[in-house]
Design a protein around this ligand. Structure first.
Ligand SMILES: Cc1cc2nc3c(=O)[nH]c(=O)nc-3n(C[C@H](O)[C@H](O)[C@H](O)COP(=O)(O)OP(=O)(O)OC[C@H]3O[C@@H](n4cnc5c(N)ncnc54)[C@H](O)[C@@H]3O)c2cc1C
Length: 398
């Protein structure tokens, strides 16, 4: 019986698992450092405290069919593609005939000094919870000191993730203000961004919708302001060729992500933890290794640039990689991957959103409704109906 190892139980890994479990000709080993799957697209809701972590996680064992799959909770240290072995932190090395690498994303500091040490990350459940615990602690400190820096929250980066976080923090303001015993208007949210025009993936009308809300909420959006360094409780950025300093006790880093460090450490040919994979999603040097989700780059032949790494493309890659492994085992030729873009919707808080469904622009309530439907669909793809029923978003009427 062929041995398939899947590394990572995120969108890409779990989607591959669910597809492979439909057959019984292979034995599968799934490895993840956690015993739960988390919806990474909802991490900002945990970081802002708007949702408890239980709402965005479910046990991996819920989707493991023990007749064909063994789940190993462990940390992947390294992959040896030549020996076909995965080195784990605690367990014996894992041998595979086929490998699916789906280890996801990590925070990327782009070498900006002090970012790692002095800003908070939001890359998994643990770091998201730390952000919320930190905000609460800073609100308590304000009560003792009356120093305004404790009421100031800075989001570094106004990309998709940064903007979704800003929206969630805005929604959390009333709760934070209660802890600090101040009016919610006294909590200040800043968002600092290097480029002049945010969210280039959306058209002007959608971007304006977002900007109008940020404006209405008094969010301080500083564009054309590249961050130079993060010092303890200080962001150093430049604007109009002048270095400026913003003092704040909460600084959250969302300027970008790279793929898992395991990719580089295992000797794959990569850039920022991502491998430019073949059209069939295999590693260019190993046709039994599929590299999918945020650790991979897939070329969009129309724009001649890699597709942005998203949960949506990760799910589609997971399904495709699994089907290709089935073809390989049967001695059939592998097929090339084609990404079907279903659109992309960004939330700003629980009731506002904007983006594209297919190629149609949506904003306001219809967009917020669609965002929740997208989240439910993604839960269905990885966890199945059971998880949608217990964790799905059905708070549709406001
Ligand atoms: C706040 C936020 C909002 C987002 N919103 C959207 C959105 O609206 N739409 C969209 O399409 N995308 C969105 N994204 C992007 C999306 O979340 C990622 O593209 C997606 O999570 C990538 O999926 P993945 O399966 O490759 O990896 P991940 O979801 O990162 O999963 C990786 C898995 O591997 C495990 N793992 C990692 N390293 C190890 C190791 N060394 N050993 C063992 N296990 C390990 C992790 O525990 C995790 O379970 C958002 C991201 C963020 C942070």
């Amino acid at each position: 019986m062929k041995e398939v190892a899947i590394l990572g139980a995120g969108y890409a890994g779990l989607r591959a698992l669910r597809e492979l479990q439909k057959q019984s000709e292979m034995h599968i080993t799934l490895v993840d450092r956690n015993d739960y799957h988390y919806e990474a697209t909802d991490l900002h809701e945990v970081a802002s405290g708007n949702q408890p972590k239980e709402k965005i996680i479910y046990p991996i064992k819920d989707v493991v069919d023990t007749k064909v799959t063994t789940f190993v909770q462990d940390e992947v240290k390294k992959i040896d593609p030549d020996q076909q072995v995965v080195e784990l932190k605690q367990n014996q090395p894992l041998h595979y005939d086929y490998l699916v690498v789906a280890l996801g994303f990590e925070s990327e500091t782009f070498g900006i000094s002090g970012a790692k040490e002095n800003a908070l990350e939001m890359v998994d459940v643990e770091t998201a919870e730390k952000v919320y615990d930190h905000i609460k602690a800073m609100m308590e400190k304000y009560k003792e000191t009356k120093d305004k820096k404790y009421l100031r929250l800075v989001v570094c980066g106004a990309g998709f993730t940064g903007i979704e976080l800003v929206g969630a923090l805005q929604e959390g303001k009333t709760r934070y203000a209660k802890i600090a015993n101040v009016d919610p208007a006294e909590i200040e949210i800043y968002c600092i961004e290097a480029v002049a025009n945010i969210l280039p993936m959306f058209n002007d009308s959608l971007t304006q919708y977002c900007l109008d809300y940020l404006n209405k909420w008094n969010v301080h959006l500083l564009t054309s302001s590249p961050i130079k360094a993060i010092k303890p409780e200080r962001v150093i950025y430049s604007n109009d060729d002048q270095d400026k300093e913003l003092e704040a006790a909460t600084i959250i880093w969302t300027t970008g992500v790279s793929g898992s460090h395991v990719i580089g450490e295992s000797g794959f040919s990569e850039k920022r933890g991502r491998v430019m994979v073949n059209d069939d999603l295999t590693d260019p040097d190993h046709e039994n290794i599929y590299i999918i989700g945020d650790v991979s780059a897939v070329m969009d032949k129309e724009s001649n640039r890699p597709y942005p790494t998203t949960g949506q493309i990760s799910l589609q890659m997971g399904e495709h990689a699994a089907k290709n492994i089935e073809r390989q085992v049967k001695g059939e030729p592998k097929q090339d991957f084609t990404f079907k873009n279903l659109g992309s919707v960004a939330s700003i808080g629980n009731t506002h959103a904007f983006g594209y469904v297919g190629s149609t622009g949506v904003k306001g309530y219809p967009a917020s409704f669609m965002k929740k439907m997208i989240m439910n669909r993604s839960l269905l793809k990885t966890g199945g109906l059971k998880e949608v029923m217990s964790k799905g978003r059905f708070d549709l009427y406001h």
